[in-house]
Design a protein around this ligand. Structure first.
Ligand code: UDP
Length: 239
């Protein structure tokens, strides 16, 4: 197997939970450091990496709405949570020597750069990791959809969804030991069977732009690089 990465440019989607570690809330610095090391290795093998981080470890709009906030207000709070995660991840990446820029869909001049597509592409070409914060900038969306959108805008060769499990299964592998991991699924399989890969708008957007979605475990050491080299354990969602 060649060590050349099979994708030149990828968008890595990390849910807020990926930064939480064993805790039940917030950002765990040890976990942020470990994820940063994974991203660093991906850069070292020559893959350009941009990242969309979620905010579910801090605040989720739909939960806020259920507790009485206006949905739009709650979603704005959720987007602000993603900015906190983006800053924490930037800090962790820079500590391990990776040049990183945060670009926010909600302009926040003293905290991050605004999202400007051409500027983001330029950062990637210069070898920097780009973190997209504040989702799409619009309420009623998720960071999964933001990931599919930015992957298309950045002309990424793949959308890598880093999760707690090593792919998509026909049942919950934590509850059912006979659960089987899919090697490959079509976008339509995911939509028709309502498989919990990413939300439907993210799947549709990826399908329209023919961007494969690679679901793998961000918890497993070196798995990101292995997946990039075609050796890791994952499920690929494509045509
Ligand atoms: N959000 C939003 N618009 C977007 C992306 C995110 O309103 O384009 C809000 C929404 O409230 C969501 C929260 O930000 O619940 C955090 O994002 P998400 O739930 O996708 O995070 P994850 O589950 O990946 O941690």
């Amino acid at each position: 197997m060649s060590n050349e990465p099979r994708f030149k440019r990828v968008l890595l989607k990390l849910s807020g939970e990926a930064l939480m570690g064993d805790g039940s809330y917030g950002i765990d610095p040890v976990t942020a450091n470990r994820v940063s090391q994974e991203i660093k290795r991906a850069r070292e093998i020559g893959t350009e990496v941009c990242v969309v981080v979620g905010g579910g470890n801090i605040f989720r709009g739909i939960k806020g709405a259920a507790e009485g906030l206006d949905r739009s207000t709650a979603d704005h709070m959720g987007m602000l949570a993603t900015v906190m995660n983006a800053l924490a991840l930037q800090n962790a990446l820079e500590k391990v020597g990776v040049d990183t820029r945060v670009l926010s869909a909600i302009p926040m001049a003293s905290v991050s750069e605004p999202y400007i597509r051409r500027r983001a592409i330029r950062h990637l070409e210069k070898g920097r990791v780009v973190i997209f914060a504040a989702g799409t900038g619009n309420p009623f969306f998720t960071t999964d959809t933001a990931a599919a959108l930015r992957a298309a805008e950045m002309n990424c060769n793949a959308l890598l969804k880093g999760t707690q499990v090593d792919g998509v299964y026909n049942a919950d592998p934590k509850k059912d030991p006979s659960a089987v991991r899919y090697e490959h699924l079509s976008y339509m399989d995911v939509l028709r069977q309502d498989l919990k890969v990413m939300d439907a708008s993210a799947i549709s957007l990826s399908r329209e732009n023919n961007i494969p979605i690679v679901v793998f475990s961000i918890q497993t050491q070196d798995e990101l690089v292995k997946v990039l080299q075609g050796e890791g354990t994952c499920t690929i969602v494509g045509e």
